[in-house]
Design a protein around this ligand. Structure first.
Ligand SMILES: [Mg+2]
Length: 123
């Protein structure tokens, strides 16, 4: 059974926070790098998650490379993508939106900000 939301972040505390923020409303799957995120999307391409949350800075494949792949493939093209960026790197926000992200959230953020942003993106 595929998740409603796939979230990729290399920080375990953030993965836990994402699960706690969204678990009342959604089935959430978390992974620790971009390569695993893409593997998950490829495995569930016939019934993809409604939204993907991607940290920008991750090992293996970073958030931008996963976003590019999502937008390049027909079966994943329409998935809502929210990027997690660092407040100190504003250029990442511009780049994320230009690359086709639906929204971004600058770290640090709290649980209700994340839950609100995901709801908004799915409306
Ligand atoms: Mg990171």
């Amino acid at each position: 059974m595929p998740a409603d939301i796939l979230a990729a972040d290399d920080d375990e505390d953030i993965r836990e926070m994402i699960r706690l923020s969204l678990r009342e409303e959604f089935e959430v799957k978390t992974v620790e790098n971009g390569e695993k995120a893409w593997e998950y999307l490829a495995a569930y391409s016939d019934s993809p998650p409604k939204a993907v949350i991607l940290d920008v800075m991750m090992p293996e494949a970073d958030g931008f490379s996963v976003l590019d792949r999502i937008r390049e493939h027909g079966k994943t093209q329409e998935i809502a993508v929210i990027m997690l960026t660092s407040r100190s790197r504003e250029e990442d926000i511009v780049r994320a939106l230009e690359a086709g992200a639906d929204d971004f959230l600058a770290k640090p953020f709290n649980k209700s900000e994340l839950a609100g942003r995901v709801q908004q993106t799915l409306e």
